[in-house]
Design a protein around this ligand. Structure first.
Ligand code: DP6
Length: 331
């Protein structure tokens, strides 16, 4: 933390095994259910924030940010500026080591890195809870990227959201053999983003309240499976939670189908391969590109299966560490 109001932070994205899909408060980004995720190394976003600059400059992956994207970054900045009572402008630059629109949860890593960097640049002490809440206000899933390993975002009960933040349940070293393969079947932006999609599900799916209650009940079960490093039992929970989230998406009006034909192809092949001993399960966010949950011993076979079924790219991830400050500023 420097006197020159500048700081840089690095954060990993995360993949939810029990998912967040629906807000009870749009403004404060408060979820209807708790969610559970694993932080993903080596994928990461690096963000530098400097207060006291001239104007408001926001650069994402080498380009000036536009429209809604720029506005969301500046909202986070204004919250920190308000807390630290800082006048003047700001400069923000952010870059990821993975394509932002490949469905690899880049907004989670981006808002986590932004929150940690902005608080440090403003001279505020590092604080997991405050950083998680600040990240949540930018993008819900970002609340789970402040710490590494397994993170639990408790939905909370309070209207003001002060009890809705994520905390680490197990660190990155708890399960070193766990592997999560990011499978790119289709590049390019998804049609209906998570924000709009989950809103539609809350408002129109007749199954919404059943989904929210079920996800809440799955969280403690998933935590036990991770505690026991029981891949098969965790894989089953992750798959059924993904199917249920997508059932809610598909039952929205108009329907939301995030599966591409290739997604279904791979997911069916995975189920078949399990019958012949492949320890691998899938999960899927609001896009066509699944993650495969497997372990060190099966990662090669799982990756090959993904390529045989249309994967253009497979990135092998393992549990990553906490969001952290870095001395290597982007400007
Ligand atoms: C399907 O966190 O991107 O990936 O809070 O509106 O920014 P906003 O949504 P976002 O939604 C993530 C939804 C999900 C499931 C999950 O990560 O839990």
């Amino acid at each position: 933390v420097s006197g020159n109001l500048k700081a840089t932070a690095i954060a990993h994205p995360n993949i939810a095994l029990v998912k967040y899909w629906g807000k009870r408060d749009e403004e404060l980004v408060l979820p209807h259910q708790s969610s559970l995720s694993i932080t993903l190394a080596p994928l990461q976003v690096t963000t530098t924030v400097q207060f006291g600059a001239k104007g408001e400059e926001v650069e994402l992956n080498g380009r000036p940010a536009q429209g809604r994207e720029r506005e969301r970054v500046l909202e986070t900045i204004r919250r920190v500026r308000g807390l630290a009572k800082l006048p003047g402008g700001v400069r923000v630059a952010s870059t990821g080591n993975f394509p932002p629109s490949a469905g690899l949860a880049s907004s989670a890593a981006a808002f986590a890195a932004l929150s940690v960097a902005a608080r440090a640049a403003a001279g505020l002490a590092f604080d997991v809870r405050a950083s998680s809440i600040l990240a949540r206000l930018g993008s819900g899933s970002a609340a789970r990227s402040i710490q590494g390993g397994t993170c639990l975002w408790r939905r909370g009960r309070r209207r003001d959201g002060t009890d809705s933040f994520a905390e680490q349940v197990f660190d990155a070293e708890h399960w070193p053999d766990l592997r999560l393969l990011a499978v790119v079947l289709e590049a390019g932006e998804k049609e209906t983003g998570s924000r709009e999609g989950m809103k539609r599900s809350v408002e129109t799916s007749p199954f919404y309240s059943a989904w929210a209650a079920d996800a809440e009940a799955e969280v403690p079960r998933a935590i036990e499976r991770i505690r026991d490093r029981d891949l098969a039992a965790l894989g089953q929970i992750a798959e059924r939670n993904a199917w249920r989230m997508h059932a809610v998406a598909m039952s929205s009006d108009p329907a939301l189908c995030y599966f591409a034909p290739a997604t279904l192809g791979l997911v069916s092949a995975l189920a078949k391969a399990r019958n012949t001993g492949l320890a691998a399960w899938f999960t899927l966010d609001a896009g066509p590109n699944p993650f495969i949950l497997t372990d060190l011993r099966h990662q090669g076979d799982a990756g090959r299966l993904a390529r045989e079924h249309g994967a253009r790219e497979v990135t092998t991830c393992k549990p990553g560490g906490d969001a952290r400050l870095s001395e290597e500023h982007l400007f």
